[in-house]
Design a protein around this ligand. Structure first.
Ligand code: NAP
Length: 279
């Protein structure tokens, strides 16, 4: 018999969301578990919101949490890191005898992906434009503020949600969706944190011609890896960063929280590139 043997002692971790079958987290974490020789397995569970409160009694060792459960995850926690306390949303849970600890690694994961793909960005970026106001945008805006970005512009189709992001993020101000081109012109860093550009979905003609020649353009969407926004930015000769780095680094930080081991993020990129290429 080859491969890992699952026994009664094997720790079980899961990504919780709905829908969740598309998630790349199981192959990424299972590869890291195998490389570290840890007796644990990681699965995807399409759970409903009404069972969430019972989660601490499921016997899970740890969990990632995604749409639509991040707020519920923050609510069941008995300990919260600073980002969870401010944003009211958690993407990592650790279960233990002392209760449920909640973390938000989306925010530092996004920043780590910039550190890796665009070294020196911290010195160059004074003003950042975050497009969107959902869970991803909120974490990205918080992460950028925590990293010391001086000014954050938050532009969202539904302005009331942009105001909510600005209420929890230091140095953030809302920007009208109708004047996105002016925000592109002001920004040293432009981040799409909406679902626009997702494979099979709509994507606008972004006002990329307004961006400064030094602007760094980032997309949180990673399916496809080259989104319409990144394709437009590359055609203009701008530097770009894709969304896979954020996914890998939020996962690596979660792995470290659970097991105290830094996993190999480069190996994960190779594996996930291969899986994305298969479709
Ligand atoms: P969400 O909470 O559902 O938010 C969706 C956002 O997209 C909202 O700001 C929404 O605006 C905007 N939007 C949707 N359709 C639009 C349209 N037709 N025109 C203008 N704006 C539109 O989702 P989320 O969790 O923030 O995720 C957003 C995207 O980020 C996802 O598609 C995912 O691919 C990506 N993501 C990536 C990572 C990563 O690790 N790389 C992590 C999380 C998410 P309204 O408020 O006006 O509806």
């Amino acid at each position: 018999m080859s491969g890992r043997v699952i026994t009664g002692r094997t720790k079980v971790l899961a990504v919780l969301g709905n829908p969740i079958a598309h998630s790349l987290s199981p192959p990424m974490h299972n590869a890291w578990l195998a490389a570290a020789g840890i007796d644990a397995t990681y699965v995807a569970l399409p759970i409903e919101g009404d069972v969430f409160a019972a989660l601490p009694s499921f016997g899970l060792y740890g969990a990632n949490v995604t749409v639509p459960h991040k707020e519920r995850a923050a609510a069941i926690a008995t300990q919260r890191d600073e980002a969870v306390a401010r944003l009211g949303a958690a993407n990592v849970l650790r279960f233990g005898p002392n209760g449920v600890a909640a973390f938000n690694t989306d925010a530092p994961g996004f920043v780590a992906s910039l550190d890796e793909a665009a070294p020196g960005w911290r010195d160059r970026v004074k003003t950042a434009l975050v497009i969107g106001a959902g869970g991803a945008a909120r974490a990205i805006a918080w992460g950028l503020a925590a990293a010391g970005v001086e000014k954050l512009l938050v532009s969202n189709r539904t302005e009331a949600r942009a105001l909510e992001v600005c209420a929890v993020c230091p140095r953030a101000a809302p920007w009208p969706w109708a004047y996105l081109g002016d925000a592109f012109a002001k920004a040293d860093l432009i981040v799409n944190a909406t679902s626009l550009g997702l494979a099979g979905g709509p994507s606008p003609d972004w006002p990329i011609e307004a961006a400064a020649p030094h602007a760094l353009v980032v997309d949180a969407v990673y399916k496809p890896l080259e989104t319409p926004l990144l394709a437009q930015a590359r055609a203009r000769g701008l530097a770009t960063v894709d969304g896979l780095g954020m996914l890998i680094h939020q996962g690596a930080l979660a792995f470290e929280i659970w097991f105290g081991v830094k996993p190999d993020t480069r190996a994960a990129r190779g594996l996930l590139n291969e899986l994305l290429a298969r479709g």
